[in-house]
Design a protein around this ligand. Structure first.
Ligand SMILES: [Ca+2]
Ligand SMILES: [Ca+2]
Length: 359
């Protein structure tokens, strides 16, 4: 009898523990997830391993350089996880140019008056010149500007930039993917009024942003929607927003205009195909975020790299990849300059440089 009572007590205890754990996971879950269906890419991607042929610039000096910008004189800029804006001079020497601090420097762009503008996911928009480092926008809509991700400057000095997520911070970016709700925005900073306004809301992780060759529209990347939108800047356009490209073979990160008027888009491989099912179950998502180790397990960004060249009609012309992440993974940025492609990454300690003549 005693054994029966003991077993009964034990099983009650076990059930209470499982229920308690389940309620705990649901009640304290940081996400309120939606089901996410990922599109099947319409472009047939054949792996070519071309990104394994890069030469490594600044190896060991650059901590996860997310983005790359090059000014007219050929000086290359990048912002690194140790809070520096570093630059590569034409003579091949690297300079620790300006210190901003923190770990959250993301997209950068050169500015018409010299220097660069940087997105700082903690501080906002930062202008960096030889003379000073200035936070030019840190508030909007009565609140703090957080998770600014990428920025581009118009010829009138307007800055167009993205906020990846109004709910999650840079270090929790994958929670935004798991939640699958639209917390991203496209914003404009007006240098005359110093005001920030919202151009588009409800974006699925707003990431790279760039201007068209004639500056008549912007392209904004929605990472976990695997698509980019076109946002018309011409006043006379009645429909302001349309899909530029969708069903991409990866989650678009930064986008850059190429010298020939096409675009380079980096494509993060955020979902290992065998784990797609996780995104179809709210319960599984709650379970995954309860164990931080599992979040990293279902994030495929660190195992591959891919970039695509896309024409102005939103058609893919070319895809380059590193299918196993042997040389580069988590490539977040591709910038073409004088016959070479420069690649930023959130998982390497260098910038990749690839001569485009060989592809
Ligand atoms: Ca950029
Ligand atoms: Ca980005």
């Amino acid at each position: 009898m005693d054994l029966v009572r003991l077993l009964s007590t034990f099983s009650s205890f076990l059930i209470a523990c499982v229920l308690g754990l389940g309620l705990n996971i649901l009640f304290f879950s940081p996400i309120s997830p939606d089901i996410l269906e990922f599109p099947s890419p319409t472009f047939p991607v054949e792996s070519n391993s071309k990104l394994q042929e890069v030469t490594k610039l600044g190896e060991g000096l650059l901590v996860k350089p997310e983005d790359v910008a090059i000014d007219k004189s050929g000086i290359l800029y990048t912002a690194t996880r140790d809070g520096w804006v570093k630059r590569l001079h034409n003579n091949g020497s690297w300079e620790n140019w300006k210190f901003i601090g923190g770990e959250s420097l993301l997209g950068i762009t050169t500015s018409r008056n010299g220097g660069i503008i940087a997105c700082d996911a903690d501080k906002g928009l930062v202008k960096v010149t030889d003379d000073e480092v200035t936070v030019i926008a840190s508030q909007y809509e009565g609140g703090k500007l957080r998770f600014a991700d990428d920025v581009v400057e118009g010829s009138d000095g307007s800055l167009y930039f993205s906020v990846a997520s109004t709910k999650f911070g840079f270090h929790d970016w994958f929670l935004d993917v798991l939640e699958g709700k639209s917390h991203g925005q496209l914003l404009k900073y007006d240098p005359e009024s110093n005001q920030v306004s919202i151009l588009l809301d409800n974006l699925g992780f707003a990431n790279g942003v760039t201007l068209s060759p004639l500056q008549d529209y912007l392209i904004i990347c929605e990472s976990w929607r695997f698509r980019c939108l076109k946002y018309w800047l011409k006043e006379e356009m009645k429909v302001k927003t349309e899909v530029f490209i969708d069903n991409l073979p990866g989650a678009p990160d930064n986008i850059n205009l190429a010298p020939d008027g096409t675009f380079w888009i980096s494509l993060i491989q955020i979902i290992p195909s065998r784990l797609k099912f996780v995104h179809r179950s709210k319960l599984l998502k709650h379970l995954v975020v309860a164990f931080p180790g599992l979040v990293n397990k279902i994030n495929g960004a660190y195992k591959k790299a891919m970039v695509a060249k896309v024409d102005t009609d939103g058609k893919i012309i070319k895809v380059l990849d590193d299918p196993t992440g042997k040389v580069m993974s988590f490539v977040t940025s591709a910038l073409e300059f004088e016959g070479h492609l420069y690649l930023g990454t959130l998982n390497c300690d260098f910038i990749g440089k690839l001569p485009l003549g060989i592809i």
